[in-house]
Design a binder for this molecule. Sequence first.
Ligand code: MSP
Length: 532
Amino acid sequence: MQEKFYITTAISYPNGKPHIGHAYEAIAADAIARFHRLSGKDVRFQTGTDEHGLKMVQTARDKGVDVRDLCREMSDQFQAMCDTLNISYDNFQRTTDPMHHTASQAIWQAMAANGDLELGRYEGWYSVRDEAFYEEKELTLGEGGVKLSPQGTPVEWTVEENWRFKLSRYQEPLLKLYAEHPEFIQPDSRRNEVINFVKGGLQDLSVSRTSFDWGVKVPGSEGHVMYVWVDALTNYLTGLGYPDMDGDMAKYWPADLHLIGKDIVRFHAVYWPAFLMSAGLPLPKQVFGHGFLLARGGEKMSKSLGNVVDPIALAEQFGVDNLRYFLLREVSFGQDGSYSPEAIVTRCNAELANSFGNLAQRVLSMIAKNLDGELPELVTPPNGSADWELMTSISTDVHQTIIDFELLSFQGGMNEWIRAVYNCNQYIDSQAPWALRKTDPTRMQQVLGHLVAAIHLLAITIQPIIPTAAGELLDQLGIPRPPENTPEWLHHRGYEALNRTDWYEELRASGHRIAPPTPIFPRLDMPVDEPA
Ligand code: MSP
């Protein structure tokens, strides 16, 4: 049976426009989803918006608009961002969707049936910005003696009658989960933080609010809406049709990967598994907390600092694939990283335009010009030492790239990939097929044949990162775009390229002719500093 892979991003608060941090998470999740599709899995990919909570109410009030209208307008912007960035989501889940209310009430009832919810009085610290409750001991003092959450956001004293979830009951089961499944929280550094937090003792959690009504109604409890994180986390189930346990729930749950930022690991690695245990549902396999993308100079992005970067403007300026390539290449996944327009231009010009693009351009135009666009024969196994060296290094690098991508090490994988590209460029320079055209046309064909085989592998391997450009290159070569030419290629084709020619023969037999290529990776111009 086809293996499944269910991946989700966090659902964003649409109280402001999407920024580059949201784009980063969506791009990373998309690359992972595409990678798993490429390896033949039945992938389900969900993203969406988190539209309840006090923050949305306050933003709507400040803007003087109806909260529903704000949600619709802003959620559309998040969805448009995903579409612009070529994010291949299967479901964009909004929490204002009636299906989501049904799912949230169902998980609530399951937790209640397990005896984990009780009515009580809550007094404590609440951060509207984080939509989170904090303990006194977690707070720090900011300027002017203002109390701040661990995320640096202001907290306010809240007194309310509300429902409480018996989180304290789950301390031991959670610690057991982390011990038995070290892969549950990744990267490791985040796991240690969570373990320390849980070992420090878990307080019961306030899970309903009565001071406003913008949320999912608590079943059978007039005047209470659910604490926004209870319904937000449930989005991962809503999208699969929960509480119907057949259909997509049976097919895709539990999630294989919840991809989120480091600031919300606690909600996903502590509260969420506790809610699921309480409701008797299987637990996700992994929560990965990626790092933060920082503005120029390593500053945190914030509206008040005025350094929030609009991902759509960046995509328009540099191109979607360039932006995707840069973000995954530049930042070690899991760590924080920073971005600047100059760095995007330098990186993309060096690696995409001047190296991969130039390689493809040179090889394809030579075939178009000298062989009437017909693919040359591929000699396997490679017979000369240079050919052998090229093909072994390419297949080893591609194989390593695949292993790295599987482990979410984009930077490492792309490092191997670009090394393979450099090797091809060295090979083409040392073999000089343009000179062979007159002296030894058969040899020229052999050289071009190896290069086509190499470019084919390189294009498919990088396709999850730069799907449009890689797809165009495959089209120019006449190679069906993935996933049509998968599912097994990932594991075998790198090595098969050395010894087998059947896939290549098929390509030749298709009669595809390579037309004079149009460049796929145009050079970017260095941005000119705008006067401040
Ligand atoms: N609504 C909650 C998530 C609920 S998930 C059930 C939320 N929303 S958010 O809009 O604040 O953040 C959405 C995602 O973007 C989170 O994973 C967050 O960590 C991530 N990022 C927000 N700013 C970021 C950067 N500057 N850099 C990278 N990711 C960042 O939290």
